[in-house]
Design a protein. Structure first.
Length: 95
């Protein structure tokens, strides 16, 4: 599945859950995930979206490790399966 379609599905699903999936781009540092996800209750997540079969760059992987070391959830979403798993996690954490 291509990245644009995954992004659209993510945005729509997050909106239904009452959150926002903001496009993120830092003018000063590269490698940050595509989406900053803000959920009710102050929960914050990062998501890097990739076309199925594509892998994150080394810089993106390093940025993910950095975000995780700060306590953030940072995931790569590259298929409907990984998207659904991520959304299930958000729903479970909401309860």
């Amino acid at each position: 599945m291509n990245e644009k379609l995954l992004e659209r599905k993510l945005r729509e699903a997050i909106k239904k859950l009452g959150g926002k999936a903001l496009k993120f781009s830092s003018p000063y540092e590269t490698g940050y995930p595509d989406r900053l996800i803000l959920m009710p209750g102050g929960r914050t997540y990062w998501a890097e979206l990739k076309t199925t079969g594509k892998k994150p760059t080394e810089k993106q992987l390093l940025r993910q490790l950095e975000l995780r070391s700060l306590g953030f959830v940072s995931e790569v979403i590259d298929s409907i399966g990984t998207l659904n798993n991520f959304l299930m996690r958000l729903e479970n954490e909401r309860e």
